[in-house]
Design a protein around this ligand. Sequence first.
Ligand code: CAA
Length: 698
Amino acid sequence: MPEPVRYHMADGVAVLTISNPPVNALSHAVRARLQSLAERAAIDGNVRAIVIAAEGRTFPAGADISEFGKPPAAPWLPEVCARIEAIEKPVVAAIHGTALGGGFEVALAAHARIADAKAAVGLPEVKLGILPGAGGTQRTPRLCGAGPALDLMLSGEPIHARAAERLGLVDVIAKDDLLKEAIAFARKLADAEVPPLRSSDRAPQEADPAAWAAEIAKRREALKDTPLHAPPRIVDCVEAVQLLPFEAGLDFERAAFEDLVGTPQSAALRHAFFAERRAGKLPELKGVPPIEVDHVGIVGAGLMGSGIAVACLNAGHRVTLIEKNIETLEAGVERIIDIYDRQVARKKMSVEDRDARIGRLAGREDLDALAEADLVIEAVVEDMDIKQRVFASLGRITAPGTVLATNTSYLDIDEIARGSGRPEDVMGLHFFSPAQVMRLVEVIPGRETAANVLATGFDFAGTLGKIAVRAGVTDGFIGNRVLAAYRQAAELTLLDGAAPEEIDAAMRAFGFPLGPFQVSDLAGLDIAWARRKRLAATRDPAARYVSIPDRLCEMGRLGRKAGYGWYAYPKNGDRLGEVDPAVAAVVDEERIFQGVTPRKFSGGEIQRRCLVAMANEGAKLLAEGIARRPSDIDVVMMHGFAFPRWHGGPMMWADQRGLLQVQKDLRRLAEDDPAAWAPAPVFGDLIKNGRGFDSLNG
Ligand code: CAA
């Protein structure tokens, strides 16, 4: 094993170079070696100053997240930082890439920081449900003040080197050769023979205490309803900077870090981080080269087609948008221009960028314009006949090897592919609306999809900045299958006695931005209605069926777009909707019809019913091979359906509740209604072996 930190001398300066690919995370081996080499340099009479640098992509991007939750191994990062800061010779951090979390904390413990002009620094711990635990909460505000430090730590977003320089977090921006300039800078500090400038020596008391206190009060107020544990603790730590001496502040920070790192919330957020990165790992595609995509054809200029077009244009692709009806085509192109105009108006995009993107867009009425496309995405109406006809034409018109994708949400990819005569070139690329915003794409191979076509799906989604998840062919793939189970649980709970607004409130309290009925209203009730009609013939006759949404559709209550759905929307832009007695009347009638005596549900019981239903559907998707791993289901639900990230997705939620408990919940519900609630056999298998879904996340 090569050493994770190397030592060499340059012009009287000891250079400690961290080397732990891919992101130089501060694993135990790195910490131990960094500390021992820092100590060696501190006592070596030939060393006048020290530079801490890193090779490869970046200065350390943080502590090694995979070590969290394991027994801590000395030296801890706070000790390493304290040791570095205590050195009596100048210590300079040479930052390139992204110095994040613990990596930036090492830099803050150094006596000065020089950064590459393209570098960024940040404290993203909040995104993992923790806080900077190696002195970051104490050193950062001492350098830049409470407000900017809180911005950095509460947002978790990195800032560019120049912004960091303006804040006093970086001292010098390198002009050309970072390492050379860092060594020269360190020499200069040594020559000046002034004592090291330690962040911990800066006295925050000199800052106006009243302004500091006001900043703290403002942040506390803004966070008073947050479900997250870490942000308020970050504010506490920054308050402590004013109230406690540095050492005591470090202890205060450490205690908060220890509390947070042990919470289920942090475990869930860490799970989300790794789940997103795992989703793109498909062993069967290792070494399979994707097709290079420049020119993308999009068939269908509706809301979905134009959203996909914007996503492609943003990524630098050329796009030909096809719609056989000129008015619809023009409306689609206008929608795209409008999206860009709004970004320009909000100063989120320059006029030149907008014009460049629009310049890569062509609108055509004839599929022949796609003869030269590298990839075609079909986004026409959800109708098998129409889609098959489109694919038959595409199979003829496009060159062999052009990848053909359908954006269907539910339909059978194999049936669609059959029409093309080239099923090996066809796959599903299921975007979520609005496609230019939502980060999820389900990539669905059909039975005959070639490996390089699937590889192209993943690679292409990556170029759009999307998170791609592999799903198998089934009605609704991963996301809409789990959504359907969620809806069914919500509707059965409604039938059994809870009101729509109680169910929605319970799921919002869990952390969804909208409850299931509010989401139905937003999406339109007709989509699920069409699916129910399509599946009517194959529905389990023993299953309880809730016909309330069908009744609402028949009444024209198709959701927000109709002004009425599960709720009434008398005011434009009303997000949650108003409770409507007409809906309650339909619900009452259905209860009478089905002989149900309504009962009361607590918020917790409503949440449990919906969540066990989602986890159970996920377990079925795993058994059917539709989802490769539980964490893929979690990624789909977090990014496609706003499942609260701090619960980590339905499968992580089930793991945290305990599978035995979830199975018990399902069994109890199944006593009255086995068709809807019977637990998937996977639960029994995992429980027998004392394992959770996480054990299947290979
Ligand atoms: N620990 C362990 N592994 C990490 C890691 C970390 N801090 N950061 C990234 N990785 C791993 C990723 O899992 C990925 O592994 P695989 O290739 O096996 O999937 C690999 O490094 C590359 O990461 P990305 O695919 O994300 O690469 P990218 O170039 O898109 O992004 C990055 C690089 C900006 C550094 C991004 O990985 C990132 O944001 N990392 C997390 C940074 C972070 O949160 N740091 C704080 C850690 S907590 C901390 O430091 C606490 C403390 O105070 C002591």
